[in-house]
Ligand binder design. Structure first.
Ligand SMILES: [Zn+2]
Length: 359
């Protein structure tokens, strides 16, 4: 999957090494501080590094040289960080949003500020990247006419990454904190979270292109997935991943495919207006324990199942709306809108192709 979707991974890391657990030694000095020694470039010569801690690192280390200081990074068991804050008592469905981190199946938003933060950063980056592109083209032109000195000067002074990385290093923790806080507040009320598998929906980097907004949104999706896994593990709540195909399009009131208009989802049968995120969260919750739709059911089959269920409901249940106009609208002519006509035609074709004629 990685080879197919993420092409040309490039590492610009040049300031760190990884030290295996059997290649360093730790000891404690009289003042209580820990030192480690790691292999140097000279044979049998080790380099001793004093740490500002009294707890010795264990396992594989990553040493990062940053502004003249050595940072020692190492992994610790998540179980050692177990939280004591109690979980809630209900099962809850969630939908990932972009104006907020999550919407749950009660219609409550968690992490409201996400949209503002993302929009601010996205707007900033768009202007900044455009200006950098302009400067880069000046440098390229200089190189073309043989003015190497000018091109190098621009590259060094105007197209560096120090400030950009510094800003990123401030931005990313803000989003992460917001996301983790949102997931914690969710687990304050639930001990079982039902969610769509946010890591499964790969979008190729090529398709994201230069659209900063979409790239940021895709990144926050990964952060949310990480937060759900990590917080569930630490607080001992359950996390179930379900198939999310069409969950944002089904109106929970009548279980038919509604009409989506921006943030709203309109039920074409009873006329109810849903907030799309809220409806999606309810549908995700209902996918848990759905006998026909598993995590691996292809989306074409999911659409077919939904259509079959809607058809069954339509023939068995009397029409609720008794107004003349309502009755006319609900008359089983199958196709009331163009969208629905195309849709049921597709389902018909799929049925024929996949399983032959249905009796
Ligand atoms: Zn409805």
């Amino acid at each position: 999957m990685m080879r197919k979707h993420v092409k040309h991974g490039v590492s610009r890391v040049a300031n760190q090494i990884v030290v295996r657990s059997d290649q360093y030694r730790t000891w404690t000095m009289a003042d209580g501080n820990v030192w480690i020694d790691v292999p140097g470039l000279q044979r049998r010569q080790k380099i001793a590094i004093p740490l500002n801690t009294t707890v010795a690192p264990t396992g594989t280390l990553r040493l990062i040289l940053r502004q003249g200081r050595v940072e020692v990074h190492y992994a610790i068991e998540a179980t050692d960080l177990r939280e004591t804050r109690p979980c809630g008592t209900i099962a809850i469905g969630i939908d990932k949003g972009y104006t907020e981190v999550l919407t749950d199946s009660d219609g409550v938003h968690h992490g409201d500020d996400l949209g503002t933060i993302l929009r601010g950063e996205s707007d900033y980056l768009m202007v900044k990247n455009a200006r950098r592109a302009k400067i880069r083209s000046i440098a390229d032109k200089a190189r073309e006419i043989g003015d190497e000195a000018k091109a190098d000067r621009i590259k060094k002074n105007n197209l560096g990454g120090v400030k950009r990385r510094r800003r990123q290093a401030r931005f990313e923790p803000r989003v992460r904190t917001l996301t983790f806080t949102a997931v914690h507040s969710l687990i304050d009320k639930a001990n079982h979270v039902i969610a769509e598998d946010l890591t499964r929906t790969f979008t190729s980097r090529k398709k994201l292109g230069r659209n900063t907004n979409r790239r940021l949104a895709a990144w926050t999706k990964g952060v949310t997935a990480e937060a759900l896994h990590s917080v569930s593990e630490r607080r001992g709540s359950a996390l179930t991943l379900v198939n999310a195909a069409y969950t944002s399009q089904v109106a929970p009131c009548c279980r038919i495919l509604g009409e989506r208009a921006g943030e709203r989802l309109h039920c074409t049968r009873c006329g109810e207006e849903w907030q799309a995120d809220h409806a999606a969260a309810i549908n995700v919750l209902e996918r848990y324990g759905d006998p026909d739709i598993s995590l691996w059911t292809p989306y074409t089959r999911v659409r077919q199942i939904l259509q079959e269920r809607a058809d069954r409901l339509r023939t068995r249940l009397p029409v609720q709306d008794s107004s003349p106009s309502g009755r006319r609208a609900n008359h089983p002519t199958r196709a009331t809108t163009l969208k629905e006509a195309v849709f049921s035609q597709d389902a018909e074709n799929a049925r024929e192709q996949r399983s032959g004629p249905v009796g």
